[in-house]
Design a binder for this molecule. Structure first.
Ligand SMILES: Cc1cc2nc3c(=O)[nH]c(=O)nc-3n(C[C@H](O)[C@H](O)[C@H](O)COP(=O)(O)OP(=O)(O)OC[C@H]3O[C@@H](n4cnc5c(N)ncnc54)[C@H](O)[C@@H]3O)c2cc1C
Length: 529
């Protein structure tokens, strides 16, 4: 299929603004474009809308002070994102609670705003919080194909209802395949004029009189992109198979530059024993916590080193040689949790931590469900048993009655395994992890047989890479020139490119989506082709 330079005649239909993808960013863009007076068509690839947004925890990172938020964003982005982009996001973080209330009010939904410091003790961290939609009258079940009702589901419900009430037209099961341009890839001819999509088994060409917003998520399920851009391999998708990087390919096809492709938000987790089960398992949700000097935190009225109740962590990780290699409980497991698994050993030509061995004992088994699954999709989702027994029966977790058996099952020499566990148990006894500094209140000895183990793999919660955009969400070429009439929003080309800020993707989706929709709607319509 050729796109650039195609004769545009023969459109199947037309509208003002086409939004590609109906998750949080797409919904925000569609609502804003309608507010700008545009006719809007949203094309969603999957049979059910919502993307990652609908299964997310639904927390939007907000700020109580614009300058503090900017300082924090600059510190966490570490020079990988221009200040102008972060200014826009900081403004949006301050405005977000009010926007949410505007959306929620007509539906009687409740918005809760909670102060909560940033994940790392960087400048401005104390001036942040979360906003979430925590109740929606009448919404008792997960919307669409979400496996659980979360604040993310509530958020998407409110966005979707608002979009539909305002006259946004949505087609599901309608993947967009290509962008169409006016002709040669130069100057105004480069303008995006429409899309090619598959609708009800037909290939159709839809004209966009004003613009196209790509809001089609990242590449959690894009195996080639993950292999090309991440060091670790494989990296398993946790929650959703609809985001396979289509927006990246389409944007590249019309000349976009890419950024932040290496950066993803991910922990380590487990695999189902059934190879056909489509999602990786996340581990027990460990509370995020903010490291920092206790005095600093207590001056802010925060518990020393903690945001929430501290977690006891049942497991340790060993590499394939049988040694611990990381703090299994970093401040924000979903941000940097995967990074230590990246290590490649050029001498053995292998990734000695992929998979790693996750190990716990009988006391750990009784503590809580070790894993969990949360997904947006029609395939049945595994509900993890409270005592982990069902997962042992299914072979997701393996049981070993003795250390000798554990050694035999994992392939770790018994002497090394015994040494690693002795060292771990001594650290627990001392209340101090000298090797990796895991927080003392998370230490739990592993000394009571039977033992349990599973392979631990890198998991992607969501990606950050995609087309570069400017602060107006206009997609840019490698020369920094906007591609006329093309916008990107959400995690597709996120501003996060170094450390992640919990709640950052949702607020960015709404902030960027709104800007993209508004900008597209404000463009003068193209002359009829
Ligand atoms: C379990 C979990 C919890 C999370 N919790 C939080 C949280 O509390 N706070 C936070 O900020 N972030 C959270 N995140 C991350 C956040 O949910 C996502 O980064 C964010 O929702 C992305 O929004 P989006 O609109 O860019 O993409 P999505 O919501 O994923 O929507 C993209 C849509 O585009 C569609 N699409 C893809 N390709 C095409 C195509 N070719 N044509 C048409 N449509 C297409 C997809 O099917 C999808 O519906 C969480 C993620 C997960 C998995």
């Amino acid at each position: 299929m050729t796109t650039t330079g195609l004769d545009e005649k023969g459109w199947d239909e037309e509208t003002d603004v086409i939004v590609v993808g109906f998750g949080g960013a797409g919904a925000a863009a569609a609502i804003a474009a309608r507010e700008g007076g545009a006719e809007v068509l949203v094309l969603e690839k999957m049979p059910d809308p919502g993307g990652l947004t609908i299964v997310s925890a639904g927390g939007l990172r907000v700020a109580f002070d614009r300058e503090a938020a900017l300082s924090y964003l600059e510190a966490t982005c570490a020079g990988r994102t221009p200040r102008a982009h972060l200014e826009v996001l900081a403004d949006g973080m301050v405005a977000a609670p009010e926007w949410l209330r505007d959306l929620a009010e007509p539906l009687g939904a409740t918005v809760t705003v909670t102060p909560s410091p940033g994940n790392y003790p960087l400048p401005g961290f104390e001036a942040l919080g979360y906003a979430a939609i925590t109740a929606v009258p009448g919404l008792e079940r997960p919307p669409h194909a979400a496996s659980a009702l979360t604040d993310g589901g509530r958020l998407f419900h409110v966005l979707e209802q608002t979009a539909r009430r305002r006259g946004v037209r949505v087609l599901t099961g309608a993947p967009v395949r290509r962008l169409l341009t006016g002709g040669l890839l130069t100057g105004e001819d480069r303008a995006i004029t429409g899309v090619i999509a598959e609708i009800a088994g037909r290939t159709v060409r839809i004209r966009a009189r004003r613009g196209v917003v790509l809001a089609c998520g990242g590449f959690e399920a894009g195996e080639t992109l993950k292999r090309d851009h991440f060091q670790a391999t494989p990296v398993l998708a946790g929650s959703f198979l609809g985001n396979s990087g289509d927006g990246i390919a389409m944007a590249q096809d019309v000349g976009a530059a890419l950024w932040h492709m290496w950066h993803y938000h991910g922990p380590y987790g487990l695999r189902h024993s059934d190879p056909d089960y489509p999602y990786a398992f996340y581990l027990k949700a460990l509370p995020m916590w903010t490291p920092g000097p206790a005095a600093h935190l207590s001056a802010l009225g925060l518990p020393a080193g903690a945001k929430k109740e501290p977690a006891r962590v049942a497991w340790i990780l060993l590499d394939q040689t049988g040694r611990r290699f990381m703090d299994e409980y970093p401040p924000y497991p979903g941000d940097t949790g995967i990074r230590p698994l990246d290590a490649f050993d050029p001498k053995t030509q292998s990734f000695p931590r992929i998979p790693a061995h996750l190990i716990f004992d009988e006391n750990g088994r009784r503590l809580y469900p070790i894993g969990r699954s949360i997904a947006n999709g029609r395939a049945p989702v595994h509900v993890w048993s409270a005592d982990n027994r069902r997962e042992v029966e299914l072979g997701i977790l393996r049981r070993a009655d003795s250390l000798a058996e554990l050694a035999a099952q994992t392939g770790i020499p018994e002497a090394t395994l015994t040494d690693s566990l002795d060292r771990w148990n001594a650290a627990c006894q001392a209340g101090h992890d000298p090797d990796h500094g895991r927080r003392p209140d998370s230490l739990l000895p592993i000394d009571t047989p039977p033992y349990y183990h599973a392979e631990a793999w890198p998991i992607v919660i969501n990606t950050q890479g995609g087309p570069v955009h400017d602060p107006r969400q206009r997609v840019l070429t490698p020369f920094g020139e906007p591609i006329p009439r093309l916008f990107a929003a959400g995690e597709l080309g996120s501003v996060f490119g170094h450390l992640y800020l919990s709640g950052g993707n949702l607020v960015e989706s709404l902030v960027g989506g709104r800007i993209a929709g508004r900008e597209a709607a404000a463009l003068a319509p193209l002359e009829a082709a």
